[in-house]
Design a protein around this ligand. Structure first.
Ligand SMILES: Nc1ccn([C@@H]2O[C@H](COP(=O)(O)OP(=O)(O)OP(=O)(O)O)[C@@H](O)[C@H]2O)c(=O)n1
Ligand SMILES: C[C@](O)(CO)[C@H](O)COP(=O)(O)O
Length: 225
């Protein structure tokens, strides 16, 4: 089974702020995206790697790779105006012989290679493998009249990436017209009437979104050394 990964990094990181988009910021002395590409390569060195970036950033990324002597082979593809569109562009760039594809946020560098491997195993067996984690806090639902009521937290999961699929099915799913509910790839897949398979993610696989996340990312990297 030939595998590929699409790492989406076509966003602008508005919640992080700052002059440089978050996917290029250094953690542990190296840009976030280089960590993410490396863990996918470690999970399976034969995996095809596709990196989706804003087209304005192509030269910037090439220079970063040169400055960091980053030689891991990958294909760069132009992103779209939404995450959905960036994923769709990545899917269109896959080689024709790829059977399974992991879709992953480029700004989640702390995914464990075992989670990536399990997501591929489940996708091969069932069509999909979507990383989720349990909630640690209690949960409340807000009502229109300004009140709230508690919900059973064991009935819910927080959804991460990777979200891995059989290529034929996820390509078909992404032919749908985009709707606001498509905040992740599992939702696009499910919209076809197909059930997704959940796998256990790793809790430290955070989506680096705000400046506090970057501080936590630095802490996680420092613990590895
Ligand atoms: N048009 C877009 C928007 C988002 N993404 C990617 O989807 C992932 C998750 O999105 P998010 O964390 O929201 O990133 P941004 O859109 O960059 O952040 P913000 O919403 O704060 O602007 C990121 O790796 C981001 O680069 C993308 O590939 N193309
Ligand atoms: C795909 C995702 O990371 C799963 O949790 C999430 O839905 C992305 O949301 P965002 O609003 O694009 O950051």
């Amino acid at each position: 089974m030939k595998k590929a990964a699409i790492l989406v990094a076509g966003g602008r990181g508005t919640r992080m702020g700052g002059p440089v988009s978050k996917q290029y910021l250094p953690i542990g002395g190296k840009p976030v995206l280089m960590h993410t590409l490396e863990v996918f390569h470690e999970a399976d060195p034969s995996m095809e790697l596709i990196l989706v970036l804003p087209s304005d950033d192509f030269d910037f990324w090439e220079n970063l790779c040169r400055n960091f002597s980053f030689n891991l082979s990958h294909q760069v593809v132009a992103g779209g105006n939404s995450r959905f569109q960036s994923v769709r562009n990545g899917l269109l760039a896959l080689s024709h012989d790829v059977d399974l594809v992991a879709i992953h946020d480029g700004v989640r560098p702390f995914v464990k290679k075992e989670v990536i491997q399990e997501s591929f195993a489940q996708a091969q067996a069932t069509g999909s493998g979507v990383a989720v984690v349990s909630l640690k806090d209690s949960l409340r639902m807000l009502t229109d009249d300004g009140k709230s009521f508690s919900k059973e937290r064991q009935d819910y999961r927080l959804v991460q990436t990777p979200q891995t699929f059989q290529v034929e099915k996820i390509k078909k799913a992404f032919q749908s017209e985009e709707i606001p509910q498509f905040t992740d790839d599992a939702t696009v897949y499910e919209y076809q009437g197909w059930q997704v398979t959940l796998i256990s993610g790793n809790p430290e696989n955070i989506k680096i979104t705000t400046p506090e996340d970057l501080e936590y990312a630095d802490y996680l990297i420092s613990k590895r050394k």
